[in-house]
Design a binder for this molecule. Structure first.
Ligand SMILES: NC(=O)c1ccc[n+]([C@@H]2O[C@H](COP(=O)([O-])OP(=O)(O)OC[C@H]3O[C@@H](n4cnc5c(N)ncnc54)[C@H](O)[C@@H]3O)[C@@H](O)[C@H]2O)c1
Ligand SMILES: CC(C)(CO)[C@@H](O)C(=O)[O-]
Length: 295
């Protein structure tokens, strides 16, 4: 299969690199990374060790069988416009946050846009080098839920490359459950400058639970079967499993780069979600002060 990965940063390089063990993969990323991958391949280190030789470019190729979207959520709109000019029948988002698939679908008439969630951990170490910080799983399926021929075909491609995955018929609930975890963990850890494990006990745990409960309430308002108990249990499970990790939003704040707050807590913020509204307002205040929201 010809697979193009749009956004070869941490996650895109890892998943693209794993798929390159079996498929013709093209990584689309920034110049320094692209040049190093072209010159000496992509080195995967950590929980998976491999050197692979995908193609690498700074712009999309003319065609592919499958596109993975792994840009940050604030770049989804631009990615969608670029993908509209690429002849690719199936597009799979592996991003965090809500509405990425809807944004893609709005620009990609006649293509199949699949929803995905990913619990693999990835960190770009430098040009040509990516760390697998945790072997997780990709869940993928129809963005409206139910069966999908394109999801089955994509699942078989992941299977052949040895990428842990599940083809799921309940992607809307899974995307919202992942949102509950990110809403509970990311902003609180970024604002308090603590690793995820600091949310195991009050008062951090109370903030994380309250944010996750609001996500579940909002999900049910949109017809998604996500209970508050399930959302809170997911937060607790992830906090335990990733206790020593620094969340992606904390890493963004420490690096001084824009966060995904708009697609996470910001998506829920409103009069019925005061905890998410407060978390989103504080992170946006920091982004404004750093001049990160201007582009
Ligand atoms: N890193 C992880 O472990 C992980 C795990 C699960 C989900 N996610 C989600 O995956 C998404 C990507 O996360 P990440 O950590 O890989 O971010 P990242 O910033 O490392 O990677 C995104 C990359 O896309 C590149 N990019 C953006 N627009 C581009 C363009 N037009 N042309 C070429 N390159 C472009 C950026 O330069 C960047 O290198 C996010 O939504 C994140 O929440 C990440
Ligand atoms: C699961 C998670 C919260 C663990 O740090 C991760 O999705 C993140 O950091 O964004």
């Amino acid at each position: 299969m010809d697979v193009v990965v749009f956004g070869a940063g941490s996650l895109g390089s890892l998943v693209g690199g794993l798929l390159a063990r079996e498929h013709d993969v093209t990584l689309v990323g920034r110049a320094a990374h692209v040049e190093r991958v072209r010159a000496s391949g992509l080195r995967i280190e950590g929980e998976v060790e491999a050197t692979v030789h995908p193609a690498a470019r700074t712009t999309l190729p003319a065609r592919a069988d499958l596109a993975l979207v792994t840009v940050k959520s604030f770049d989804t709109e631009r990615a969608a416009r670029a993908l509209a000019r690429c002849d690719v029948p199936t597009v799979l988002s592996l991003q965090n946050g809500l509405d990425n698939e809807a944004t893609l679908a709005a620009h990609l008439d006649g293509r199949t846009v699949l929803a995905g969630t990913c619990t693999y951990g990835a960190r770009l170490l430098g040009p040509g080098r990516v760390a697998c910080t945790g072997v997780g799983e990709v869940a993928l399926g129809a963005r409206e839920g139910g069966p999908s021929v394109a999801a089955d075909r994509t699942g078989r491609a992941f299977e052949r490359a040895g990428v842990e995955h599940v083809v799921a018929e309940d992607m809307p609930r899974r995307v919202w459950e992942k949102l509950a975890v990110n809403a509970g963990v990311n902003a609180a850890t970024a604002l308090a400058r603590v690793p995820n494990g600091a949310l195991s006990d009050p008062p951090g745990r109370d903030v994380a639970h309250a944010a996750a409960r609001e996500v579940a309430q909002s999900a049910r308002g949109e017809g998604i079967d996500l209970t508050e108990a399930r959302a809170v249990a997911s937060v607790d499970r992830v906090v335990r499993a990733t206790a020593s990790n620094r969340s992606s939003m904390l890493q963004d704040v420490e690096r001084g780069t824009r966060t995904e707050i708009d697609a996470i807590n910001g998506r829920i913020a409103g009069p019925d979600a005061p905890v998410n509204a407060t978390l989103a307002a504080l992170v946006r205040t920091w982004e404004d002060a750093e001049g990160l929201r201007e582009s």
